[in-house]
Ligand binder design. Structure first.
Ligand code: GRG
Length: 293
């Protein structure tokens, strides 16, 4: 299947489901539900949920079985963006092509909208039946682990504490693995779990997700330097302004591009044991690399 067609179809499926999983904007407390929907339905790339569905399909499963988990992951991701944009964190005014949540709803409601999205993620995930190799408790533990203090939040803490400090390549890898690769990998793993995949395939997809997540963050860092805010839908040049350690800041642009290519190739090798069913995953990896060219 053509990648653009696949992405358009899956994104439509994900957005319809996301809209159903979150209370309507008119439901009390209306400000909170408006804020949740404002950020969640603002049209991000939907990379994590698409990967979740594509991983399920690569393992012979159905996108419909993975859909609730794809939505759960997107809710966690959107919460993390809302909180990351707060003045006490990255202090950003622009996200997904519109003013950030706290700019529109105020800081209090933005914090609560993030909290509510994180919580609803687990409510959505709890509705899946579980599968013979992956009972519901394993599914919930997977999502919690990726979102928790050893992964997503650990990455954010290291990122915050690293501002204006002289971080090295090892520190940067620590941050990228946690802040970006963990949730991305978990999206893929959750999709594979919904297909009741074998442990060997789950392991291969974990390696795929880790390399792809690292590549994605290196590319994201490059784009922060090379693109405009309009093109990105979020403020460009923020990393340099905040004195953040990024791949291009430490290694330069050309080495960063080479590293993104290397990591993308590595992600492809992780899929060696998969057949044509994994072509969409391969195509997504190639597509992400092209974002910078
Ligand atoms: C607040 C717990 C907590 C975590 C925040 C997501 C995050 C961690 C920080 C946002 C800043 C950042 C550069 C994170 C790395 C991951 C990343 C590149 C997020 C942006 O993801 P995209 O590009 O965004 O997929 P869209 O809007 O397309 O979904």
């Amino acid at each position: 299947m053509d990648l653009n067609h696949y992405l358009a179809e899956r994104v439509r499926m994900i957005e319809t489901a996301l809209s159903r999983h979150v209370p309507p904007a008119s439901r009390k407390p209306a400000t909170l539900h408006r804020a949740m929907r404002y950020s969640l339905l603002a049209g991000g790339k939907r990379l994590r949920p698409v990967l979740c569905l594509a991983a399920a399909e690569a393992c012979g499963g159905k996108a419909s079985a993975a859909l609730p988990l794809a939505c759960a992951v997107e809710c966690v991701h959107t919460y993390s963006l809302i909180h990351d944009d707060l003045p006490c964190m990255d202090d950003d005014d622009f996200r997904r092509g519109r003013p950030t949540s706290h700019k529109v709803f105020g800081e209090g409601v933005a914090v609560l909208a993030g909290d509510a999205l994180l919580t609803v993620a687990f409510e959505i995930a709890a509705k899946v039946p579980g599968w013979p190799r992956y009972p519901l408790a394993a599914v919930i533990a997977e999502l919690a682990r990726a979102s928790g203090s050893l992964h997503l939040i650990a990455g954010q803490v290291a990122d915050l504490e690293g501002e204006r400090r002289d971080l090295g390549a090892g520190d940067l890898r620590f941050i990228h693995l946690r802040k970006t690769a963990a949730l991305l990998t978990s999206s893929i793993r959750l999709g594979a779990m919904s297909a009741n995949t074998t442990p060997a395939r789950l392991k291969a997809l974990t390696l795929f997700g880790r390399s792809l997540g690292l590549a994605f963050q290196v590319i994201d860092d490059i784009l922060d330097v090379t693109q405009t805010s309009d093109k990105l839908g979020k403020s460009a040049g923020k990393d340099v302004a905040a004195g953040k350690a990024t791949y291009p800041a430490i290694h330069g642009l050309e080495k960063s591009r080479a590293e993104a290519r290397r990591l993308t190739a590595e992600s492809g090798r992780a899929l060696r044991g998969f057949g044509r069913d994994a072509d969409i995953l391969r195509a997504i990896a190639a597509y992400l690399l092209q974002r910078d060219y």
